[in-house]
Design a binder for this molecule. Sequence first.
Ligand code: UDP
Length: 329
Amino acid sequence: MHYLITGGAGFIGSHLAEALLAQGHQVTIIDDLSTGRFENIAHLRGRPGFHFAIDTITNEIVLDRLASECNAIYHLAAAVGVNMVVQRPVHTIQTNIMGTEAILRVAARYRVPVLIASTSEVYGKGVRIPFHEDDDVVLGPSIRSRWSYAVSKLVDEFLALAYQREVGLPVIIARLFNTVGPRQTGNYGMVIPRFVEQALQNQPITVYGDGRQTRCFCDVADVVRAITGLMGHPQARGRVFNIGSTEEISIEELAHRVKAVTHSNSPITHIPYDEAYAPGFEDMRRRVPDISRIHDLLGWQPQITLDETLIRVREWLRHEHAKHATTTS
Ligand code: UDP
């Protein structure tokens, strides 16, 4: 099979590219390197069956050619990260909506199945835990820019499902819940790379709010297994799937776990949301997926524990530091 991965130089995309190549597939990635990094895929250059295009997915000429050459598309290119969403809302909305529209349009032209990476953000402030794919969503008002991300991703979901219904394009929606692992950068707000970096530098670990908000963190290797499984299953088409861990942890407890795994002396400090993000910022208190749908279809469930992931992230960051020290010395 020949797969196209949009956002293939990003955190999840680069792990997916590696996994598909290891299974003997051909992989083409397209990435504009806005948040993806060439370093994430540099080691894949020259591998048989690997191709890349540094371009935006709104370049229709390039996209048309790439879509015509592949058998299926993983659409991961998006503006992500709470910092990015709060600081660049126009960019977020445009990238997520216009980018997905462009992908679906070319995919429909060549009848190429598409898996769309969506997000647990779409559940918003829902209080019925765990979140099930068919639950109602509860979003905040449009004056709070955080919600633009959830809305842009929901539009993507509606659009993809509409393409399936109206023109018969096979689509799969994967709602990812806090995916973590090596190569994830803390630059756009993601908590685990930020905490591990802070701990390794013995700097204060910055817990936002009271730290009692909870999340479930899922290792990227488990997520790659889930999305490749969905792509290969004919009954996944036209459906929405939660993908995440069910191991719930508060952010305060996470800070302690990171300290333990890194043997760090960092103090744990609390920063009000208004200071960390923007005045009036609204966070989710709890976010836990119901993963019975993907489990019933594929037998999938996460295999990597949070501590194992924290160790993987720690080792990756240490390696990055060492690399950086060598190149600057
Ligand atoms: N968070 C934190 N300190 C940080 C970054 C994030 O306490 O330096 C909190 C954030 O407010 C949220 C949780 O960690 O409650 C997860 O944040 P992340 O941006 O990783 O993902 P989200 O679930 O918000 O999309």
